[in-house]
Ligand binder design. Structure first.
Ligand code: NAD
Length: 473
């Protein structure tokens, strides 16, 4: 009898514990949005502000644990999350969507936070890198969750919290990522809402974030319109803007490596990367051989007639003087095989990139096409190739590349184009620590000059001075 009573008591206690647990989870969800996902900007900023205070109290160890949750989820759930992103955005390549999440672990975190010190006869001064508070982040459709995850790692490492306005066409995956990150962070640290996000983002919610008094810094990753809006905003903004990366190939280059690198960089995620090779200026003397090497490295050369047909599908001509060509967004991020099919060309299975000879009047040269066709333009010599690269990079100062063994030529181009990333003898991703030295980020701040963002990008420098004391020498 006694044993039965005890067993019943135990069952009742277990049920109550379960109910309490469920209740606690529910209260977090309902009080503070759905694990960081909010309908309203004011509520999201309020939650992120409260989270900022708590993160400040929790210290460096909590930041470290939170970042580890994001890295771990991106690595272990990459297949599932990459597939969700691919199915929602319908652009790029599934294998690369998955890979872009797997490599999130390469984005630097708290290990980048340091303290500088000056010590002398007048005492000791330290310079610490402090957080801003709540950061408003705008993310692109081309890498919705990878950009968000990379921003979270950088920004939380430096003690900030976030409100994110994702691209509407990649919002579902961004919200799903935020829910998963916040749940794991809550479990690991007890902290809630380090990341908040707007469930149905619009230009109005972006404007509300830009103007909100509770948002202390903006970080905008996207094309010309949003970059302009951020530069015009009254807040400090870290702007990762558009690019149109030119590639120069001179007569001294290893053509096999040049072709291999151009195919690898331009075909990655169907040329969605802002750093991806978008147009090539190759000198006359090696031009034809380079085209043959491109074909040997997985590219497929289109004839002049086929290039013309693709151009007509990919762009609408300007309608008034001063206007530019308009990109057909339906083709952005399409497979090379699909682009070929649309113009009636059957390419070998596994073709990653289409390419063809054009002149500079073809819109594929000036416009950021974000699809796997790369125009190749003949230059009479390397000086002309560099001049064209400078012209068609449009002064974005984003990314440029050269294939050459001549150090003087490399230096000349580096000085002339003045880009944030300048990559020599490798594919564009080498500029982000993928096959080149350096670290990874999906937000490369170009017009505002911070470069490949890292945790220190999102800090305020604070000097703390102790006069005439504390030195031990
Ligand atoms: P996009 O400009 O269409 O959208 C980017 C983000 O800005 C989205 O969240 C969008 O909703 C928002 N947005 C657009 N116009 C806005 C406005 N007027 N006010 C406020 N928000 C606005 O770009 P996309 O197609 O998502 O991404 C591709 C573009 O982003 C390319 O130009 C690419 O070069 C650039 N990009 C740059 C970097 C970098 O690190 N520099 C990284 C990725 C992408």
């Amino acid at each position: 009898m006694q044993a039965t009573e005890q067993a019943i008591r135990q069952v009742v206690q277990e049920v109550l514990a379960q109910l309490n647990k469920g209740g606690a989870e529910k209260s977090v969800a309902s009080r503070d949005g759905d694990w960081g996902v909010f309908k309203d900007v004011d509520q999201a900023v309020a939650a992120a502000s409260e989270a900022f205070e708590k993160l400040s109290d929790a210290g460096m160890d909590a930041r470290r644990k939170a970042i580890e949750c994001v890295r771990q989820i991106c690595d272990s759930q990459a297949e599932e999350l990459g597939t969700l992103e691919f199915n929602e955005t319908k652009i790029g390549r599934l294998d690369h969507k998955i890979e872009k999440l797997k490599i999130i672990k390469l984005v630097p975190g708290t290990e980048f936070i340091r303290t500088d010190a000056f010590s002398g006869d007048n005492g000791l001064t330290i310079v610490e890198y402090a957080p801003f508070g709540v950061i408003g982040a705008i993310t692109p459709v081309t890498h919705s969750l990878p950009t968000l995850a990379g921003n979270v790692i950088n920004m939380v490492a430096s003690g900030n919290t976030l409100i994110v306005n994702p691209h509407p066409s990649g919002a579902r995956i961004a919200c799903e990522g935020v829910r998963r990150f916040n749940k794991a962070i809550h479990k690991a640290t007890g902290l809630e809402n380090l990341i908040t996000i707007i469930e149905q983002p619009t230009l109005e919610t972006a404007a509300a974030i830009f103007a909100h008094r509770g948002v202390k810094l903006l970080c905008v990753t996207g094309g010309p319109a949003v970059a302009r809006a951020a530069l015009e905003s009254r807040k400090k903004a870290v702007v990762a803007g558009p690019g149109n990366p030119p590639v120069v190939v001179d007569e001294t280059a290893c053509l096999e490596n040049a072709a291999k690198s151009i195919v690898k960089g331009a075909a990655y995620d169907n040329n969605l990367l802002c750093i991806g090779e978008k147009e090539v200026f190759a000198v006359e003397s090696i031009f034809d051989t380079l085209m043959v090497r491109m074909g040997q490295q997985g590219g497929y050369q289109l004839s002049a007639r086929e290039v013309d047909a693709l151009t007509k599908l990919a762009f609408t001509p300007p309608t008034k003087p001063g206007d530019h060509w308009h990109l057909n967004r339906d083709l952005v991020g399409s497979d090379a095989t699909k682009l070929a099919e649309l113009i009636g060309v059957r390419v070998p299975a596994g073709t990653q990139l289409l390419f063809g000879e054009t002149d500079v009047n073809n819109p594929f040269v000036p416009e950021e096409q974000m699809m796997p066709f790369v125009p190749f333009v003949r230059a009479k010599n390397v000086n002309q190739a560099i001049e064209l690269a400078l012209e068609y990079e449009h002064g974005f100062r984003h990314t440029s590349l050269i294939h050459s063994r001549n150090v003087q030529t490399m230096t000349k181009m580096g000085k002339a184009v003045d880009t944030t990333l300048f990559i020599k003898n490798g594919p564009s991703m080498a500029g982000l620590g993928l096959g080149g030295e350096g670290y990874l980020s999906f937000s490369i701040a170009t017009p505002t000059g911070e470069g490949v963002t890292n945790p220190l990008t999102f800090t305020r420098s604070r000097r703390c001075v102790l006069v005439d004391s504390l030195r031990v020498i």
